[in-house]
Design a protein around this ligand. Structure first.
Ligand code: ADP
Ligand code: MG
Length: 238
């Protein structure tokens, strides 16, 4: 499998109260094309910062973050991002929210993609609804459709189900697992739910608290079918 994302000796710090907060240091990580990697770790260890650097929303201080052999800061990469809160625009209908991510596509292609992805997340009957008319789970599914519609180079998910009730969370995890079988996009998901990570991802990365060093990489062989509750939690306690 070819390399999609290569991160080498990456470091990032923030200036806080006149001092320097080292958040990421010595991060090395390679993600293969089509791989689903989950990142877990304590709150504040730098997971979101790492995801934002991959998304181009933050820039590293030093080190490499390449996609397809080019610096991620180069224009032309499509990255879909899904946050804990859906971030849909309240004044636009669901279909228009999804279409927003497709403004570089032709009108016909845009309409076809809106249809395809909204039906993939089972929202075809809600195209003309507004975000306020949707439940939390439905809004998050719309956000997933919006992020996936342009077939991004990489799909980034930052605690996507963290704000959902337990039942809805299980439904959405299963939907993402199904979507994954249809669309083999590269996915990086931050979660604090280890069971979710093991259920969904091909590989789980545990980040150490300070500074955000990758402590452990748990590899689960690709294509292996896993049931809920199959996680062996002891491996994370090393
Ligand atoms: P995580 O997602 O693992 O909980 P974050 O990446 O959000 O962690 O944050 C890591 C650390 O960096 C935290 O201490 C946070 O307060 C700090 N941090 C994140 N973004 C900024 C910023 N823009 N300015 C200053 N500090 C930040
Ligand atoms: Mg975070």
């Amino acid at each position: 499998m070819s390399e999609k994302l290569v991160i080498k000796d990456l470091a990032k710090s923030f200036s806080v109260n006149g001092g320097k907060l080292e958040v990421l240091k010595g991060i090395n990580l390679t993600i293969a094309d089509g791989e689903f990697v989950a990142i877990v770790g304590h709150s504040g260890c730098g997971k979101s910062t790492l995801l934002k650097i991959i998304a181009g929303l933050e820039t590293q201080d030093t080190g490499i973050c390449d996609m397809d052999g080019q610096a991620i800061t180069q224009p032309g990469f499509d990255r879909g991002m899904i946050f804990q809160e859906h971030r849909l625009l309240p004044w636009l209908t669901i279909e228009k929210n999804v279409a927003l991510s497709l403004n570089s596509h032709s009108k016909a292609d845009c309409a076809a993609r809106v249809d395809k992805y909204l039906s993939m997340v089972k929202l075809n009957d809600f195209k003309t609804a507004y975000p306020s008319q949707l439940s939390g789970g439905m809004s998050q599914r719309a956000a997933i459709a919006r992020a996936m519609a342009p077939s991004p180079d990489v799909l980034l998910l930052d605690e996507p189900f963290g704000a959902l009730d337990a039942m809805t969370k299980i439904e959405l995890q299963d939907e993402v697992k199904e979507l994954r079988k249809k669309e083999k996009s590269t996915m990086v998901m931050v979660t604090h739910d280890i069971e979710e990570a093991v259920y969904l991802a091909d590989r789980v990365i545990v980040m150490a608290a300070n500074p955000g060093r990758i402590r452990d990489i748990v590899t689960i062989s690709l294509g292996e079918e896993r049931d809920r509750g199959s996680a062996d939690f002891t491996v994370y306690r090393k």
